[in-house]
Write a protein that binds this ligand. Structure first.
Ligand SMILES: Cc1cc2nc3c(=O)[nH]c(=O)nc-3n(C[C@H](O)[C@H](O)[C@H](O)COP(=O)(O)OP(=O)(O)OC[C@H]3O[C@@H](n4cnc5c(N)ncnc54)[C@H](O)[C@@H]3O)c2cc1C
Length: 192
């Protein structure tokens, strides 16, 4: 028996993305600021550490400390993109697949985030994958083992006065967008 026709897969009371997407926000935030792309902090750590009085590091905290207590674990992901010659695939931005048989965990249909109009549609299937060093780390694994290990790195981080560790990799936590923005604003307040 189906009691609801709500096919929304998130429970948050308020849901959405900024008008025009996040790109617009980021463009405005970076207006007039020097940006260097495709630059690995660890290729010239000393240079980046000496570039300013305060450095906000948003990379992996265990890598920053040369994995001195061991490696934190992350969840990896593979994305499979497909452009379909149909107007609508699933009627919703996100559909989760929680059954054993389906190899992907969700399908994103991008046009539904902003009600884009097109006679085509782009979908992305997300496949869970074990994370390997050197690959993109998507989600921290906040189980007991990793939480304990992170606490050791955090103890070192708390003693730094020049470097601030921020974001999902620096703070080793899963954050939704609103939460990571809130954390960034809190950080700025605490610095003042
Ligand atoms: C697959 C996926 C789906 C998600 N879906 C949602 C969703 O539906 N809704 C929602 O609210 N949130 C979602 N999130 C969460 C949201 O995307 C994150 O919380 C947010 O992007 C985290 O921002 P951040 O600044 O902490 O980290 P990031 O966005 O990862 O930024 C960190 C930055 O540091 C840079 N960096 C890292 N290491 C180095 C290095 N060594 N040298 C130089 N630069 C480096 C990276 O390139 C990156 O630009 C999702 C996350 C993932 C991974």
């Amino acid at each position: 028996v189906r009691f609801t026709f709500d096919n929304n897969y998130f429970n948050d009371l308020y849901q959405g993305i900024p008008i025009g997407g996040y790109t617009k926000i980021i463009e405005k935030m970076l207006d007039g600021i020097d940006v260097e792309l495709n630059t690995d902090f660890f290729e010239d750590k000393e240079k980046w550490l000496n570039i300013a009085d305060k450095v906000l590091f948003t990379g992996m905290i265990d890598q920053y400390y040369d994995y001195c207590f061991g490696e934190l674990e992350y969840r990896g992901l593979d994305f499979e993109f497909e452009t379909l010659d149909i107007e609508n695939y699933q009627g919703n931005a996100v559909i989760n697949y929680t059954d054993r048989e389906t190899p992907f965990t969700r399908i994103i249909e991008h046009k539904h985030f902003e009600n884009a109009e097109s006679d085509k549609t782009v979908i992305t299937r997300e496949y869970p994958k074990a994370w390997e060093k050197g690959k993109e780390a998507y989600y921290p694994m906040n189980d007991d083992k990793n939480t304990e290990l992170f606490a050791k790195y955090k103890e070192l981080a708390d003693k730094e006065d020049k470097v601030i560790f921020g974001g999902r990799l620096g703070m080793y936590q899963y954050f939704d967008m609103w939460k990571v923005i809130e954390e960034a604003l809190k950080l700025v307040d605490n610095l003042e």
